[in-house]
Design a protein around this ligand. Sequence first.
Ligand SMILES: [Zn+2]
Length: 187
Amino acid sequence: MEIPAGVMRDMQEVGRDLYQLSLVTSHGGNLSIRAGHDLWITGTGTMLGRLKERHISRVGADGRHEGPPPSSDTLLHQAVYALTGAQALCHAHPRHATALSFDVDLFVPCDLEGQLHLKEVPVVAPGPLQVELLASALQSHLVVLLRGHGAYARGQSLWEALHWITALEESAHIAWLRDVRDAAREG
Ligand SMILES: [Zn+2]
């Protein structure tokens, strides 16, 4: 199995950025890139900040894989590629966005960048239908939150998906700071 150089480079660089920006733990999150009817995806439990070729799996449309056991989110990645024109998908654990996900069904950024890029971010509750609900939400949104867990962003490249994850976390952090400031004023 030969991983295209561009696929490997994007996974390594975006994975390292996600880790260095504290958007995933050492072993959290996952990444994939569409490859025709197949997809390249990070192996289950791999360290996004230290990806090597041996950590990347190729999964066919029939579910068979070459390489290490693929991410436990593989079914979701396949569902998103089946429903959307996305070429890449990124899953991370942005902490302010995840904290806000407990309290809302829809996160609407208050900052101008967030409004411009994301408009609104649906929050899906974990449960037996979460794969279908997350994939369906990604048909009409760039990024979605799984309540109490993290975010999934689609893009034409991993770089675009990274942009939406970082935009979401920036918007959520700003919303959090406003809440803290308002609480201090009222206190
Ligand atoms: Zn996760």
